[in-house]
Design a protein around this ligand. Structure first.
Ligand SMILES: Nc1ncnc2c1ncn2[C@@H]1O[C@H](COP(=O)(O)OP(=O)(O)OP(=O)(O)O)[C@@H](O)[C@H]1O
Length: 588
């Protein structure tokens, strides 16, 4: 029997004429749906299973002919497909990657002549730097937060990466203190990919301890982080922004938090909109899950470990008087631009959650151990579920809405998938059944009293953003309203019919939980389905949402496969950086 595929990828593949093109476009389309932006044509051995024999033969025997296909070109042509460095791209994604590459190289190049002068200025401000870091300055050990500040001050392009609680926001606060002191007239913009992440950035900055003059601290605390869409000014009903290459952002310093969540299209549009002499600073966790959309730019840029936490030889020499930083052994345009913070100030070295997250990232299944804060259940024990569900009773029993919101957000069920026994939909139903059995909720309508909701799109007019969570409760007249935090310690209400796109949120996907934290987290990995999703980055992201305790329900086999599987997102940007050099730019 002739094997056929007959799926959306095949329809896409066969839309384009070409003798050898179809199987490669089929796989490219599949890769795009999994979040990759290109197809490495030399790494296809694992992709052949399930493909029709004629597709397999072409992939195995004819890949060298791909370059001769009429619709395929290298970087300079105008065809729908680009074959570059043995990676096949849709032209649009190649263009995004090129814009990001050139944008970053331009910032690096324009910053280079300023480094010596900025280092000299830093030397005259040693006192401020010592004040900012007093208490954690040691001659023997490098203070990587201080390194992040110095690197961010002297360069025009910086990435500060680190796991949860490693002090990314604290480092940013200190970096801004130095910048406001040495360049008092600078204009600063802070942004994050989601409204929730922007709000958390604001809260963390407000509570950051900054030992700097009051006027400087006040300027930092007056900054209001916004969403990236708001920063770039979205054009209604369009994917374009008002800030672009022709109309760049006016700020001198632009900081993007939770940068791992920025997809390749938005990343490219940001790079276009950043003026060529701006200081651009990304904060984020390179090990976290990438964006839901295509691309994992932060992870891709931080791919090459040897250049992280090093600076070029010349910079090492001039910075020496303030902080001795290791000189990069290899010349690379990104060397000196990426600082990784490794010490968690939230989890101690003996923290079970901290150790669990390290074991997951290292792929060490044998190091994953239960303890008092970590429960690992391979048998999907119902008592554990019921005990967790009981935790939701507290927010319902809480009369004060502000407190109720806090209690709701103190625990969350995190699922890898939507469907199936361990999926979000089923878990939400189970919790509702549990609460109904306790007579704590009555599902009389869509917006029933005490329904926990999560907004699933941005409502700019209402100041509500994708990911915001609220509770349905009556107001003083008995009318049901949706109540949300106002970000200032209080609550505000919205009529439910203004927000049609919401989900029940006892349980949510791990993807959606990025950028949030809860005291207690229950993680469920599916027995069936989601195989291509289950990676150590997914589990790491879920585990690091927990502050105090984490329970994982997953079979032995699924847990093992998840921990040994790492996301290998295909993008060609790192190789293209190696091929470029900051002094030999190809800015077309
Ligand atoms: N050098 C330090 N010494 C002591 N405590 C610190 C230090 N740096 C940060 N902290 C504390 O650790 C906590 C986390 O810091 P911060 O919010 O800056 O980390 P983060 O990496 O931005 O965290 P998140 O995971 O929320 O993104 C804060 O309470 C902060 O005050």
């Amino acid at each position: 029997m002739k094997q056929t595929l007959n799926d959306v990828h095949q329809q896409f593949a066969e839309f384009f004429p070409g003798k050898v093109l179809a199987p490669f476009v089929y796989l490219l389309s599949k890769k795009l749906s999994e979040g990759h932006i290109c197809l490495n044509i030399d790494l296809l051995a694992d992709e052949l299973e399930g493909l029709p024999v004629n597709y397999q033969k072409i992939i195995e025997n004819d890949k060298e002919k791909l370059v001769y296909e009429q619709l395929v070109t290298d970087e300079n042509g105008l065809q729908p497909f680009i074959l570059h460095n043995r990676r096949l791209y849709l032209e649009r994604y190649f263009a995004y990657e090129t814009k990001i590459l050139n944008g970053i190289l331009t910032l690096i190049k324009n910053g280079e002549p300023l480094i010596a002068g900025r280092c000299a200025t830093l030397l005259t401000n040693c006192e401020l730097i010592n004040d900012l870091f007093k208490g954690n300055f040691s001659q023997d050990e490098i203070d990587w937060q201080m390194a992040g500040v110095l690197v961010g001050v002297i360069n025009n392009f910086t990435i500060i990466t680190g796991g949860p609680g490693t002090g990314k926001t604290t480092t940013l606060a200190k970096l801004l203190a130095v910048l406001y002191t040495i360049e008092p007239n600078i204009r600063v913009a802070l942004a994050a990919p989601t409204g929730k992440a922007a709000m958390r950035m604001a809260e963390s900055l407000q509570s950051a301890r900054i030992d700097a003059p009051e006027s400087v601290v006040n300027r930092i605390k007056a900054l209001e982080p916004v969403t990236l869409h708001r920063l770039l000014k979205s054009v209604p009903n369009s994917t374009q922004f008002r800030h672009n290459a022709e109309n760049p952002l006016p700020e001198d310093v632009i900081v993007i938090d939770e940068a791992s969540m920025v997809d390749v299209a938005l990343f490219a549009k940001l790079m276009e909109a950043v003026g060529p002499h701006t200081r651009l600073i990304f904060l984020g966790d390179k090990n976290q899950l990438a964006s839901v959309e295509a691309g994992s730019m932060l992870g891709d840029l931080c791919q090459f470990e040897p250049i992280i936490n090093t600076v070029p030889q010349e910079t090492a020499i001039v910075l020496n008087a303030v902080l001795k930083l290791p000189a990069a052994k290899q010349s690379h345009p990104l060397a000196g631009h990426i600082i990784e913070l490794k010490k968690s100030h939230r989890f101690s070295d003996t923290s079970e959650i901290g150790n669990l997250s390290h074991a997951i990232l290292a792929g060490q299944i044998e190091a994953i151990k239960p303890g008092s804060d970590v429960t690992i259940d391979h048998n999907f024990n119902h008592h554990l579920l019921a005990a967790f569900f009981a935790g939701f009773e507290t927010y319902i029993n809480e009369g004060d809405i502000t407190q109720a919101l806090q209690k709701l957000n103190s625990q969350r069920i995190l699922c890898a998938v939507w469907e199936g026994e361990q999926g979000v939909t089923h878990l939400n139903t189970l919790v509702e059944e549990y609460l109904k059995s306790k007579k704590l909720i009555r599902i009389t309508s869509d917006f029933y009293e005490n329904r926990p909701i999560m907004v699933s799109r941005n409502y700019y007019d209402l100041g509500l953003f994708n990911g915001d969570t609220g509770i349905i409760r009556p107001d003083e007249n008995g009318n049901l309203k949706a109540w949300f935090s106002d970000g200032k310690g209080g609550v505000r209400d919205v009529l439910p019919h203004y927000i049609s796109e919401v989900q029940t949120v006892f349980a949510m996907t791990i993807h959606k939980s990025q950028g949030s934290e809860y005291d207690r987290v229950l993680i469920l990995l599916p027995e069936k389905g989601g195989e291509r999703l289950l990676t150590r980055e997914l589990l790491y992201t879920a585990v690091t949402r927990a502050k105090n305790s984490v329970t994982i329900q997953a079979s032995h086999e699924v847990m093992r496969t998840t921990v040994i599987t790492s996301v290998q997102r295909a993008s060609g940007i790192f190789e293209r950086f190696i091929q470029s050099s900051s002094t030999n730019l190809n800015l077309q």
